[in-house]
Design a protein around this ligand. Sequence first.
Ligand SMILES: Nc1nc2c(ncn2[C@@H]2O[C@H](COP(=O)(O)OP(=O)(O)O)[C@@H](O)[C@H]2O)c(=O)[nH]1
Ligand SMILES: [Mg+2]
Length: 451
Amino acid sequence: MAEETICAPSTPPVNSSIAIIRISGSGTLVAADPVLGFPEAPEPRHAYYLQLLEGGAAIDDVVFVYYRAPQSYTGEDMGEIFCHGNPIIVQKIIRLLNRRGVRLAEPGEFTKRAFLNGKVDLTEAEAVNHIIMAKSEWEIETSLRQMHGSLRQLISAVRNRIIDLKADIEAEIDFSDEELEGIGTEKSLESAQWIRESLENMLSKCRTGEQLSHGIDITITGKPNVGKSSILNLLLNRERAIVTDIPGTTRDIIREPFQISGMHVNLNDTAGIDIPGDEIEKIGMDLSHQKIETSPFVIVVCDAVSGITAADRSILGKTGRKKRIILINKTDIARREDIERAGTEVGEEAIEFSAKTGSGLEKLKEAIARRIKNEYADIEHTFIADLRIISLLEDAVETTGRIRNLIVRRDPGEIIAFELQALMDILSGITGEITPDDILDSIFSRFCIGK
Ligand SMILES: Nc1nc2c(ncn2[C@@H]2O[C@H](COP(=O)(O)OP(=O)(O)O)[C@@H](O)[C@H]2O)c(=O)[nH]1
Ligand SMILES: [Mg+2]
Protein backbone atom coordinates (compact mmCIF):
# COMPACT_ATOMS: atom_id res chain seq x y z
CA MET A 1 0.00 0.00 0.00
CA ALA A 2 1.46 3.34 -1.05
CA GLU A 3 1.88 5.66 1.90
CA GLU A 4 2.12 9.15 0.52
CA THR A 5 -1.05 11.02 -0.26
CA ILE A 6 -1.04 12.38 -3.79
CA CYS A 7 -3.04 14.94 -5.74
CA ALA A 8 -3.29 16.12 -9.33
CA PRO A 9 -5.60 18.00 -11.64
CA SER A 10 -7.49 15.49 -13.78
CA THR A 11 -8.62 18.08 -16.31
CA PRO A 12 -6.35 20.02 -18.71
CA PRO A 13 -4.98 23.46 -17.72
CA VAL A 14 -7.37 25.54 -19.80
CA ASN A 15 -10.24 27.86 -18.94
CA SER A 16 -13.31 25.69 -18.81
CA SER A 17 -16.54 25.43 -16.88
CA ILE A 18 -15.26 22.92 -14.33
CA ALA A 19 -11.88 21.48 -13.31
CA ILE A 20 -11.33 18.38 -11.20
CA ILE A 21 -8.58 17.80 -8.68
CA ARG A 22 -8.11 14.31 -7.32
CA ILE A 23 -6.55 13.30 -4.02
CA SER A 24 -5.64 9.75 -3.06
CA GLY A 25 -4.09 8.23 0.03
CA SER A 26 -4.74 7.79 3.72
CA GLY A 27 -4.16 11.50 4.32
CA THR A 28 -6.98 12.60 2.02
CA LEU A 29 -9.43 13.78 4.67
CA VAL A 30 -6.74 15.16 6.97
CA ALA A 31 -5.54 17.36 4.12
CA ALA A 32 -8.94 18.33 2.75
CA ASP A 33 -10.94 18.85 5.91
CA PRO A 34 -9.37 22.06 7.24
CA VAL A 35 -9.57 23.81 3.86
CA LEU A 36 -13.08 22.60 3.15
CA GLY A 37 -14.38 22.72 6.70
CA PHE A 38 -16.86 19.82 6.64
CA PRO A 39 -19.77 20.27 9.02
CA GLU A 40 -19.26 16.65 10.12
CA ALA A 41 -17.29 13.64 8.85
CA PRO A 42 -18.19 13.49 5.15
CA GLU A 43 -20.31 10.63 3.98
CA PRO A 44 -18.69 8.62 1.18
CA ARG A 45 -20.01 9.21 -2.35
CA HIS A 46 -22.01 12.26 -1.39
CA ALA A 47 -21.58 15.57 -3.15
CA TYR A 48 -20.85 18.44 -0.75
CA TYR A 49 -21.21 22.01 -1.94
CA LEU A 50 -18.64 23.97 0.08
CA GLN A 51 -16.55 27.07 0.13
CA LEU A 52 -12.85 26.46 -0.11
CA LEU A 53 -11.04 28.83 2.23
CA GLU A 54 -7.42 29.72 2.82
CA GLY A 55 -6.74 31.65 6.00
CA GLY A 56 -10.33 32.85 6.04
CA ALA A 57 -10.22 34.07 2.41
CA ALA A 58 -12.37 32.33 -0.19
CA ILE A 59 -10.52 30.56 -3.00
CA ASP A 60 -13.57 29.16 -4.78
CA ASP A 61 -16.95 27.50 -4.32
CA VAL A 62 -16.45 23.82 -4.95
CA VAL A 63 -18.13 20.43 -4.88
CA PHE A 64 -16.30 17.73 -2.96
CA VAL A 65 -16.86 13.99 -3.12
CA TYR A 66 -15.22 11.60 -0.68
CA TYR A 67 -14.61 7.90 -1.49
CA ARG A 68 -13.72 5.66 1.43
CA ALA A 69 -11.10 2.91 0.91
CA PRO A 70 -11.37 0.40 -0.64
CA GLN A 71 -14.42 1.61 -2.59
CA SER A 72 -12.52 4.04 -4.79
CA TYR A 73 -10.68 4.09 -8.10
CA THR A 74 -7.30 3.57 -6.45
CA GLY A 75 -8.58 1.40 -3.62
CA GLU A 76 -7.37 4.05 -1.16
CA ASP A 77 -9.18 6.92 0.54
CA MET A 78 -9.87 9.43 -2.20
CA GLY A 79 -11.36 12.85 -2.71
CA GLU A 80 -12.40 14.79 -5.77
CA ILE A 81 -12.67 18.56 -5.77
CA PHE A 82 -14.75 20.09 -8.56
CA CYS A 83 -13.86 23.77 -8.82
CA HIS A 84 -14.39 26.42 -11.50
CA GLY A 85 -12.22 25.64 -14.48
CA ASN A 86 -9.63 28.33 -14.13
CA PRO A 87 -5.99 27.18 -14.05
CA ILE A 88 -5.20 29.90 -11.48
CA ILE A 89 -7.74 28.41 -9.05
CA VAL A 90 -6.51 24.88 -9.77
CA GLN A 91 -2.92 25.86 -9.08
CA LYS A 92 -3.96 27.59 -5.83
CA ILE A 93 -5.75 24.46 -4.61
CA ILE A 94 -2.84 22.22 -5.58
CA ARG A 95 -0.36 24.48 -3.74
CA LEU A 96 -2.63 24.46 -0.71
CA LEU A 97 -2.74 20.67 -0.69
CA ASN A 98 1.04 20.54 -1.19
CA ARG A 99 1.47 22.68 1.91
CA ARG A 100 -0.70 20.19 3.78
CA GLY A 101 1.71 17.37 2.90
CA VAL A 102 0.02 16.07 -0.24
CA ARG A 103 2.48 15.57 -3.06
CA LEU A 104 1.80 16.11 -6.77
CA ALA A 105 1.08 12.77 -8.47
CA GLU A 106 3.17 11.41 -11.32
CA PRO A 107 1.52 10.56 -14.66
CA GLY A 108 -0.64 7.45 -14.27
CA GLU A 109 0.01 7.22 -10.54
CA PHE A 110 -3.68 6.90 -9.60
CA THR A 111 -4.10 3.95 -11.97
CA LYS A 112 -0.79 2.48 -10.83
CA ARG A 113 -2.09 2.53 -7.26
CA ALA A 114 -5.34 0.90 -8.44
CA PHE A 115 -3.18 -1.82 -10.00
CA LEU A 116 -0.91 -2.23 -6.95
CA ASN A 117 -3.98 -2.41 -4.70
CA GLY A 118 -5.48 -5.16 -6.85
CA LYS A 119 -8.43 -3.13 -8.17
CA VAL A 120 -7.40 -3.88 -11.76
CA ASP A 121 -4.84 -6.10 -13.45
CA LEU A 122 -2.39 -4.80 -16.04
CA THR A 123 -4.59 -5.59 -19.06
CA GLU A 124 -7.39 -3.56 -17.48
CA ALA A 125 -5.11 -0.71 -16.40
CA GLU A 126 -3.65 -0.38 -19.88
CA ALA A 127 -7.16 -0.35 -21.33
CA VAL A 128 -7.96 2.73 -19.21
CA ASN A 129 -5.28 4.69 -21.03
CA HIS A 130 -6.51 3.44 -24.39
CA ILE A 131 -10.00 4.73 -23.65
CA ILE A 132 -8.52 8.18 -23.26
CA MET A 133 -6.19 7.98 -26.27
CA ALA A 134 -8.49 6.06 -28.65
CA LYS A 135 -8.88 7.43 -32.17
CA SER A 136 -12.01 5.52 -33.11
CA GLU A 137 -15.29 4.27 -31.68
CA TRP A 138 -14.08 0.70 -32.21
CA GLU A 139 -11.03 1.36 -30.03
CA ILE A 140 -13.15 2.93 -27.29
CA GLU A 141 -15.60 0.00 -27.25
CA THR A 142 -12.80 -2.56 -27.26
CA SER A 143 -10.88 -0.73 -24.53
CA LEU A 144 -14.01 -0.48 -22.39
CA ARG A 145 -14.61 -4.23 -22.65
CA GLN A 146 -11.00 -4.85 -21.76
CA MET A 147 -11.18 -2.47 -18.81
CA HIS A 148 -14.10 -4.61 -17.65
CA GLY A 149 -11.93 -7.73 -17.82
CA SER A 150 -12.38 -9.28 -21.30
CA LEU A 151 -8.70 -10.22 -21.65
CA ARG A 152 -8.15 -10.89 -17.96
CA GLN A 153 -10.98 -13.44 -17.92
CA LEU A 154 -9.63 -15.33 -20.93
CA ILE A 155 -6.16 -15.48 -19.44
CA SER A 156 -7.62 -16.64 -16.17
CA ALA A 157 -9.52 -19.47 -17.92
CA VAL A 158 -6.31 -20.62 -19.62
CA ARG A 159 -4.43 -20.36 -16.36
CA ASN A 160 -6.97 -22.55 -14.57
CA ARG A 161 -6.56 -25.21 -17.23
CA ILE A 162 -2.76 -25.03 -16.82
CA ILE A 163 -3.13 -25.44 -13.05
CA ASP A 164 -5.32 -28.53 -13.57
CA LEU A 165 -2.91 -30.03 -16.05
CA LYS A 166 0.03 -29.35 -13.76
CA ALA A 167 -1.83 -30.95 -10.85
CA ASP A 168 -2.58 -34.06 -12.96
CA ILE A 169 1.02 -34.38 -14.06
CA GLU A 170 2.34 -33.87 -10.55
CA ALA A 171 -0.07 -36.52 -9.29
CA GLU A 172 1.34 -38.92 -11.86
CA ILE A 173 4.85 -38.19 -10.63
CA ASP A 174 3.77 -39.13 -7.09
CA PHE A 175 1.73 -42.22 -7.97
CA SER A 176 3.44 -43.49 -11.05
CA ASP A 177 1.31 -46.33 -12.35
CA GLU A 178 1.96 -47.97 -15.69
CA GLU A 179 -1.70 -48.61 -16.46
CA LEU A 180 -2.90 -45.13 -15.68
CA GLU A 181 -0.21 -43.51 -17.75
CA GLY A 182 -1.80 -44.10 -21.16
CA ILE A 183 -5.09 -42.48 -20.23
CA GLY A 184 -3.22 -39.66 -18.49
CA THR A 185 -1.22 -38.83 -21.60
CA GLU A 186 -4.29 -38.55 -23.76
CA LYS A 187 -6.05 -36.26 -21.32
CA SER A 188 -2.91 -34.18 -20.90
CA LEU A 189 -2.52 -33.85 -24.65
CA GLU A 190 -6.09 -32.71 -24.96
CA SER A 191 -5.52 -30.04 -22.31
CA ALA A 192 -2.26 -28.91 -23.90
CA GLN A 193 -4.05 -28.64 -27.24
CA TRP A 194 -6.89 -26.61 -25.72
CA ILE A 195 -4.39 -24.29 -24.02
CA ARG A 196 -2.48 -23.82 -27.23
CA GLU A 197 -5.56 -23.05 -29.29
CA SER A 198 -6.83 -20.57 -26.71
CA LEU A 199 -3.48 -18.80 -26.62
CA GLU A 200 -3.22 -18.72 -30.41
CA ASN A 201 -6.70 -17.31 -30.64
CA MET A 202 -5.87 -14.64 -28.08
CA LEU A 203 -2.64 -13.81 -29.91
CA SER A 204 -4.43 -13.40 -33.21
CA LYS A 205 -7.02 -11.08 -31.65
CA CYS A 206 -4.30 -9.06 -29.96
CA ARG A 207 -2.41 -8.73 -33.25
CA THR A 208 -5.54 -7.57 -35.04
CA GLY A 209 -6.25 -5.12 -32.23
CA GLU A 210 -2.73 -3.77 -32.40
CA GLN A 211 -2.98 -3.18 -36.15
CA LEU A 212 -6.43 -1.63 -35.92
CA SER A 213 -5.46 0.79 -33.18
CA HIS A 214 -2.69 2.23 -35.37
CA GLY A 215 -5.23 2.78 -38.11
CA ILE A 216 -5.71 0.93 -41.36
CA ASP A 217 -3.83 2.33 -44.34
CA ILE A 218 -5.89 3.04 -47.43
CA THR A 219 -4.06 4.48 -50.41
CA ILE A 220 -5.72 6.37 -53.23
CA THR A 221 -3.98 5.77 -56.54
CA GLY A 222 -4.53 6.42 -60.23
CA LYS A 223 -2.97 8.27 -63.12
CA PRO A 224 -2.46 12.07 -62.81
CA ASN A 225 -5.53 14.33 -62.78
CA VAL A 226 -8.19 11.61 -62.31
CA GLY A 227 -9.39 13.30 -59.11
CA LYS A 228 -7.49 11.49 -56.33
CA SER A 229 -6.96 14.61 -54.25
CA SER A 230 -10.57 15.69 -54.81
CA ILE A 231 -11.71 12.31 -53.47
CA LEU A 232 -9.47 12.61 -50.41
CA ASN A 233 -10.93 16.06 -49.70
CA LEU A 234 -14.47 14.78 -50.20
CA LEU A 235 -13.94 11.90 -47.77
CA LEU A 236 -12.36 14.19 -45.19
CA ASN A 237 -14.99 16.84 -45.86
CA ARG A 238 -12.34 19.59 -46.02
CA GLU A 239 -9.82 20.97 -48.46
CA ARG A 240 -6.77 19.09 -47.24
CA ALA A 241 -4.98 18.46 -50.54
CA ILE A 242 -4.43 20.98 -53.33
CA VAL A 243 -6.67 20.31 -56.32
CA THR A 244 -5.81 21.81 -59.73
CA ASP A 245 -6.28 20.81 -63.33
CA ILE A 246 -2.48 20.69 -63.71
CA PRO A 247 -1.30 17.05 -63.75
CA GLY A 248 1.35 16.29 -61.13
CA THR A 249 0.03 18.67 -58.44
CA THR A 250 0.35 16.11 -55.62
CA ARG A 251 3.99 15.12 -55.20
CA ASP A 252 4.38 14.05 -51.61
CA ILE A 253 2.18 11.54 -49.85
CA ILE A 254 -0.61 13.21 -47.90
CA ARG A 255 -1.63 11.10 -44.93
CA GLU A 256 -4.74 11.92 -42.92
CA PRO A 257 -6.45 10.04 -40.09
CA PHE A 258 -10.14 9.54 -40.58
CA GLN A 259 -12.99 7.53 -39.07
CA ILE A 260 -15.17 5.27 -41.13
CA SER A 261 -17.93 3.17 -39.62
CA GLY A 262 -16.28 3.56 -36.21
CA MET A 263 -12.86 2.45 -37.46
CA HIS A 264 -9.65 4.45 -37.52
CA VAL A 265 -8.31 4.69 -41.06
CA ASN A 266 -5.27 6.50 -42.46
CA LEU A 267 -6.09 7.84 -45.87
CA ASN A 268 -3.12 8.39 -48.20
CA ASP A 269 -3.27 10.61 -51.25
CA THR A 270 -0.39 9.98 -53.64
CA ALA A 271 1.21 11.36 -56.77
CA GLY A 272 -0.39 10.11 -59.98
CA ILE A 273 1.32 7.22 -61.69
CA ASP A 274 2.41 7.81 -65.28
CA ILE A 275 5.64 8.54 -67.14
CA PRO A 276 7.38 11.10 -64.86
CA GLY A 277 8.09 14.58 -66.24
CA ASP A 278 10.92 15.55 -63.91
CA GLU A 279 13.04 14.26 -61.04
CA ILE A 280 10.56 15.39 -58.34
CA GLU A 281 7.69 13.65 -60.11
CA LYS A 282 9.78 10.51 -60.34
CA ILE A 283 10.45 10.56 -56.57
CA GLY A 284 6.72 11.15 -55.94
CA MET A 285 5.80 8.17 -58.10
CA ASP A 286 8.35 5.92 -56.42
CA LEU A 287 6.76 6.87 -53.10
CA SER A 288 3.32 6.07 -54.55
CA HIS A 289 4.47 2.60 -55.59
CA GLN A 290 5.91 1.94 -52.13
CA LYS A 291 2.74 3.13 -50.43
CA ILE A 292 0.59 0.84 -52.59
CA GLU A 293 2.82 -2.07 -51.62
CA THR A 294 2.53 -1.45 -47.88
CA SER A 295 -1.18 -0.53 -47.72
CA PRO A 296 -3.63 -3.37 -47.09
CA PHE A 297 -6.27 -1.53 -49.13
CA VAL A 298 -6.16 0.67 -52.21
CA ILE A 299 -8.68 2.83 -54.02
CA VAL A 300 -7.92 2.89 -57.75
CA VAL A 301 -9.37 5.94 -59.46
CA CYS A 302 -10.12 5.99 -63.19
CA ASP A 303 -11.48 8.84 -65.27
CA ALA A 304 -14.70 8.35 -67.20
CA VAL A 305 -13.90 11.19 -69.59
CA SER A 306 -10.42 10.06 -70.65
CA GLY A 307 -11.45 6.41 -70.58
CA ILE A 308 -9.18 3.54 -69.64
CA THR A 309 -5.69 4.24 -70.97
CA ALA A 310 -2.38 2.38 -70.89
CA ALA A 311 -1.52 4.11 -67.58
CA ASP A 312 -4.80 2.87 -66.03
CA ARG A 313 -4.20 -0.65 -67.28
CA SER A 314 -0.73 -0.62 -65.78
CA ILE A 315 -2.09 0.55 -62.38
CA LEU A 316 -4.95 -1.97 -62.50
CA GLY A 317 -2.39 -4.67 -63.28
CA LYS A 318 -0.10 -3.62 -60.41
CA THR A 319 -2.92 -3.53 -57.86
CA GLY A 320 -4.60 -6.72 -59.10
CA ARG A 321 -3.56 -8.76 -56.10
CA LYS A 322 -4.48 -6.07 -53.56
CA LYS A 323 -7.77 -5.59 -51.81
CA ARG A 324 -9.04 -2.74 -53.88
CA ILE A 325 -12.02 -0.58 -54.68
CA ILE A 326 -12.22 0.84 -58.20
CA LEU A 327 -13.84 4.21 -58.84
CA ILE A 328 -14.89 5.60 -62.20
CA ASN A 329 -14.70 9.29 -61.45
CA LYS A 330 -15.97 12.42 -63.19
CA THR A 331 -19.26 10.77 -64.14
CA ASP A 332 -20.88 14.22 -63.88
CA ILE A 333 -19.20 15.39 -67.08
CA ALA A 334 -18.90 12.09 -68.97
CA ARG A 335 -21.32 10.64 -71.50
CA ARG A 336 -23.27 7.59 -70.37
CA GLU A 337 -21.69 5.36 -73.01
CA ASP A 338 -18.17 6.44 -71.95
CA ILE A 339 -18.93 5.62 -68.32
CA GLU A 340 -20.20 2.21 -69.32
CA ARG A 341 -17.28 1.52 -71.62
CA ALA A 342 -14.83 2.43 -68.83
CA GLY A 343 -16.72 0.06 -66.53
CA THR A 344 -16.50 -2.78 -69.04
CA GLU A 345 -12.81 -2.19 -69.70
CA VAL A 346 -12.03 -2.25 -65.98
CA GLY A 347 -13.49 -5.74 -66.05
CA GLU A 348 -14.64 -5.93 -62.44
CA GLU A 349 -17.08 -4.19 -60.14
CA ALA A 350 -16.45 -0.44 -60.03
CA ILE A 351 -18.28 2.41 -58.35
CA GLU A 352 -19.51 5.21 -60.59
CA PHE A 353 -18.34 8.33 -58.82
CA SER A 354 -18.16 12.07 -58.95
CA ALA A 355 -15.85 13.95 -56.62
CA LYS A 356 -17.53 17.12 -57.85
CA THR A 357 -21.15 16.26 -56.92
CA GLY A 358 -20.41 13.64 -54.27
CA SER A 359 -22.35 11.00 -56.14
CA GLY A 360 -21.18 7.51 -55.12
CA LEU A 361 -19.72 8.71 -51.81
CA GLU A 362 -22.03 6.59 -49.64
CA LYS A 363 -21.31 3.54 -51.80
CA LEU A 364 -17.58 4.15 -51.40
CA LYS A 365 -17.83 4.45 -47.62
CA GLU A 366 -19.92 1.28 -47.43
CA ALA A 367 -17.42 -0.56 -49.63
CA ILE A 368 -14.51 0.51 -47.40
CA ALA A 369 -16.35 -0.52 -44.22
CA ARG A 370 -17.28 -3.89 -45.74
CA ARG A 371 -13.72 -4.61 -46.86
CA ILE A 372 -12.37 -3.80 -43.41
CA LYS A 373 -14.95 -5.99 -41.68
CA ASN A 374 -14.21 -8.88 -44.08
CA GLU A 375 -10.49 -8.55 -43.62
CA TYR A 376 -10.65 -8.41 -39.83
CA ALA A 377 -13.35 -10.97 -39.18
CA ASP A 378 -12.86 -10.99 -35.41
CA ILE A 379 -13.05 -7.20 -35.25
CA GLU A 380 -15.78 -7.24 -32.58
CA HIS A 381 -13.80 -9.39 -30.15
CA THR A 382 -10.28 -8.08 -30.44
CA PHE A 383 -8.08 -6.79 -27.64
CA ILE A 384 -6.06 -3.68 -27.17
CA ALA A 385 -2.56 -5.04 -26.96
CA ASP A 386 0.84 -3.51 -27.26
CA LEU A 387 3.97 -5.27 -28.48
CA ARG A 388 4.79 -6.31 -24.90
CA ILE A 389 1.63 -8.40 -24.57
CA ILE A 390 1.99 -9.76 -28.11
CA SER A 391 5.54 -10.92 -27.53
CA LEU A 392 4.57 -12.56 -24.21
CA LEU A 393 1.73 -14.38 -25.95
CA GLU A 394 4.13 -15.53 -28.68
CA ASP A 395 6.38 -16.93 -25.96
CA ALA A 396 3.38 -18.62 -24.37
CA VAL A 397 2.33 -20.29 -27.64
CA GLU A 398 5.89 -21.51 -28.20
CA THR A 399 6.13 -22.87 -24.68
CA THR A 400 2.82 -24.71 -25.10
CA GLY A 401 4.17 -26.34 -28.28
CA ARG A 402 7.19 -27.51 -26.31
CA ILE A 403 4.95 -28.86 -23.54
CA ARG A 404 2.91 -30.78 -26.08
CA ASN A 405 6.05 -32.42 -27.48
CA LEU A 406 7.23 -33.37 -23.99
CA ILE A 407 3.89 -35.05 -23.31
CA VAL A 408 3.96 -36.90 -26.65
CA ARG A 409 7.49 -38.12 -25.93
CA ARG A 410 6.36 -39.13 -22.43
CA ASP A 411 9.19 -37.18 -20.91
CA PRO A 412 9.47 -37.12 -17.11
CA GLY A 413 6.60 -35.35 -15.35
CA GLU A 414 9.04 -33.10 -13.52
CA ILE A 415 10.20 -31.54 -16.78
CA ILE A 416 6.62 -31.02 -18.01
CA ALA A 417 5.60 -29.48 -14.68
CA PHE A 418 8.59 -27.16 -14.88
CA GLU A 419 7.57 -25.95 -18.35
CA LEU A 420 3.97 -25.52 -17.19
CA GLN A 421 5.20 -23.27 -14.40
CA ALA A 422 7.20 -21.26 -16.96
CA LEU A 423 4.00 -20.89 -18.99
CA MET A 424 2.09 -19.65 -15.93
CA ASP A 425 4.84 -17.11 -15.30
CA ILE A 426 4.53 -15.76 -18.84
CA LEU A 427 0.79 -15.26 -18.34
CA SER A 428 1.45 -13.58 -15.01
CA GLY A 429 3.67 -11.16 -16.90
CA ILE A 430 0.70 -10.17 -19.04
CA THR A 431 -1.64 -9.55 -16.13
CA GLY A 432 1.13 -7.87 -14.18
CA GLU A 433 1.50 -10.26 -11.25
CA ILE A 434 5.14 -10.69 -12.06
CA THR A 435 6.14 -7.71 -14.12
CA PRO A 436 9.42 -5.93 -13.39
CA ASP A 437 9.15 -2.44 -11.85
CA ASP A 438 10.84 -0.70 -14.77
CA ILE A 439 8.24 -2.12 -17.16
CA LEU A 440 5.43 -1.02 -14.86
CA ASP A 441 6.99 2.45 -14.68
CA SER A 442 7.22 2.68 -18.44
CA ILE A 443 3.59 1.57 -18.85
CA PHE A 444 2.16 4.05 -16.35
CA SER A 445 4.36 6.93 -17.45
CA ARG A 446 2.43 6.90 -20.75
CA PHE A 447 -0.72 7.92 -18.88
CA CYS A 448 -1.97 11.45 -18.35
CA ILE A 449 -1.34 13.19 -15.08
CA GLY A 450 -4.36 12.85 -12.79
CA LYS A 451 -5.35 9.43 -14.23
N1 LIG B 1 -16.14 17.55 -63.26
C1 LIG B 1 -15.36 16.91 -62.40
N2 LIG B 1 -14.10 17.33 -62.19
C2 LIG B 1 -13.33 16.67 -61.30
C3 LIG B 1 -13.83 15.56 -60.59
N3 LIG B 1 -12.82 15.11 -59.78
C4 LIG B 1 -11.77 15.93 -60.00
N4 LIG B 1 -12.06 16.87 -60.92
C5 LIG B 1 -11.17 17.92 -61.43
O1 LIG B 1 -10.07 17.27 -62.02
C6 LIG B 1 -8.87 18.03 -61.82
C7 LIG B 1 -7.82 17.14 -61.12
O2 LIG B 1 -8.29 16.84 -59.80
P1 LIG B 1 -7.31 16.37 -58.65
O3 LIG B 1 -8.15 15.99 -57.51
O4 LIG B 1 -6.24 17.37 -58.41
O5 LIG B 1 -6.69 15.08 -59.34
P2 LIG B 1 -5.41 14.22 -58.92
O6 LIG B 1 -4.28 14.71 -59.75
O7 LIG B 1 -5.76 12.81 -59.26
O8 LIG B 1 -5.18 14.41 -57.46
C8 LIG B 1 -9.28 19.23 -61.00
O9 LIG B 1 -9.48 20.31 -61.86
C9 LIG B 1 -10.59 18.79 -60.37
O10 LIG B 1 -11.44 19.87 -60.08
C10 LIG B 1 -15.17 15.13 -60.85
O11 LIG B 1 -15.68 14.16 -60.27
N5 LIG B 1 -15.89 15.84 -61.75
MG1 LIG C 1 -3.54 15.08 -56.49
